[in-house]
Design a protein around this ligand. Structure first.
Ligand code: NAD
Length: 467
């Protein structure tokens, strides 16, 4: 069986075969530059435990490098290299000026106390710092599976303590709580990006028809795997704002099913309280959750982890559109099988890029030391008000209170973030569609890699090699 990294390389090689690259450049761009494997000692209740911890820095064609930190019992070097590689091409695809990186600690966060997690996070940060592997201009981590705003706040605080003279310490990590230098909309950003990307996909009827669907998102039956940060937000927005029917939710310990639709919010609350999907009323429990991946639906949205759609189940997938909210949920072989069967894939490289996009906004905000909209919102609001009053005077008509409340508003931070994210997702898909048509490739994954590789190639050629 091929590894996650082999699969990413295979997808990369496929895209490169459409491009005439100078000798040696393809290998250089594909290969991960730095792989750090540390054994980090952490004092836990009087004892000292050693944890395997990694940081992979894939490409320095742009600096800083950037990528999440995963806390999971199954973290391996192979996995962080695969994820760092995807990050390089994801950033290039959505025009976020970073190289790719990824980190991980082999730890099961659900089995550890908050105190242990804090000690591990802070020690990991210190170990990265001692090796010059963290900093606003060097390497900027973010959340991934098993980590969130809490861990990012610990990282920022540890880095700031180790760098008392630095005026930009908050820019050393993104995904922080808003009260600790984070940005509004970052926590939901990956799910929000999935929603914007899907909306954009459905704006081109030929693409929708091409995979055997029709119409818009309204009423589409969706199965979501993994109700964590990404899956929860994507499912919630699609259900509440686009009229999708979430018929299946797959978690580690089983799946919930209801043909009439599940309440994402009610299930999320149940999981938060009980730490399991079991015991939720109003849905059928399926003991072997993974079986639900092949249940009938229009859209399958894997948002858990890699290697979920393989050659073992790709032939049985009934969805017409697979939306890779997770990284690497489909193996390279399974991806080919789905494409052969006319099932469209919105690839991870594109569809889950909302997280790093808003991380870029957060990093920029931290370096500017000011929230977006702070200097423009009030003047924006005044000018819009003047314009609306002038229209009322000229037409002798009156805007409704609702129109005043929406149209006259100046743009605050969350408006800037959503606008920037929406624009990013739309522009990137336009580039991907253009590459698909120009190079006549059958799938959006290869087209996404082509767009991204071309940008990394240009950057490498312009910079040359020194010393
Ligand atoms: P998370 O830890 O918040 O949530 C993961 C969820 O998946 C959890 O509810 C977990 O119980 C569930 N899960 C794990 N393994 C499962 C399995 N085998 N079957 C069913 N459910 C399973 O993690 P997250 O941040 O939401 O990340 C999920 C995926 O999205 C990962 O692949 C990650 O790399 C990717 N991603 C995350 C971000 C981000 O901003 N957090 C950005 C881009 C991509």
């Amino acid at each position: 069986m091929s590894s996650f990294r082999d699969d990413v390389y295979r997808m990369y090689d496929r895209a490169v075969s459409f491009l005439a690259l100078p000798p040696g450049l393809s290998e250089r761009i594909k290969t991960c530059s730095v792989l750090l494997h540390m054994k980090i000692p952490v004092r836990v209740e009087g004892d000292v435990r050693l944890f395997d911890a990694y940081r992979a820095q894939h490409s320095f064609h742009r600096k800083p490098v950037k990528g999440g930190i995963r806390f999971d019992a199954a973290v391996t070097a192979d996995e962080v290299v695969a994820l760092a590689t995807l990050m390089t091409f994801k950033c290039a695809l959505v025009n976020v000026p970073f190289g790719g990186a990824k980190g991980g600690v082999r730890i099961d966060p659900r089995a550890e106390s908050a105190d242990t997690l804090e000690r591990v996070t802070r020690r990991y940060t210190a170990e990265l710092f001692w090796r010059n592997c963290i900093g606003p201009g060097v390497d900027v981590p973010a959340p991934d599976m098993g980590t969130g705003p809490r861990e990012m706040a610990w990282i920022a605080d540890t880095y700031a303590t180790l760098n008392p003279a630095d005026i930009d310490p908050l820019a050393c990590v993104t995904g922080k709580p808003v009260t600790q230098g984070g940005i509004r909309g970052r926590n939901e950003a990956t799910g929000r990006g999935v929603q914007y990307g899907l909306r954009e996909f459905f704006r081109v009827p030929a693409d929708v028809k091409g995979c055997g669907l029709d119409g818009g998102l309204e009423g589409k039956r969706v199965i979501v795997q993994g109700l964590g940060n990404v899956g929860y937000h994507a499912a919630k927005f699609l259900q509440e704002e686009d009229g999708c029917r979430i018929v299946g939710i797959i978690e580690r310990d089983g799946a919930l099913w209801n043909d009439d639709g599940l309440s994402v919010e009610a299930i999320a609350q149940h999981i938060r309280a009980k730490k399991t999907v079991r015991g939720f009323t109003g849905a059928k429990l399926v003991e072997r959750g993974a079986d639900v991946l092949t249940s009938p639906c229009d859209i399958l949205l894997p948002a858990a982890t890699e290697g979920q759609i393989t050659n073992g189940n790709a032939d049985a997938i009934q969805a017409r559109l697979v939306v890779e909210a997770a990284n690497g949920p489909t193996t390279a072989e399974a991806s080919d099988t789905l494409t052969r069967r006319g099932i469209a894939i919105l690839p991870d490289l594109y569809i889950n890029a909302g997280g790093v996009t808003v991380s870029y906004f957060e990093w920029s905000k931290n370096l500017a030391h000011m929230r977006f909209g702070r200097m423009s919102r009030r003047i924006d609001q005044q000018r819009r008000g003047q314009m609306m009053r002038a229209i009322e005077d000229m037409t002798s008509s009156r805007f409704t209170p609702e129109q005043w409340a929406t149209v006259a508003q100046g743009a605050g931070e969350i408006d800037h973030v959503r606008s920037g994210l929406d624009d990013t997702m739309c522009e990137a898909l336009a580039e991907v569609r253009e590459a698909r048509d120009r190079y006549k490739v059958p799938d959006l994954r290869t087209a996404s890699f082509i767009v991204a590789i071309q940008k990394v190639v240009t950057s490498n050629l312009e910079l040359g090699l020194w010393p």
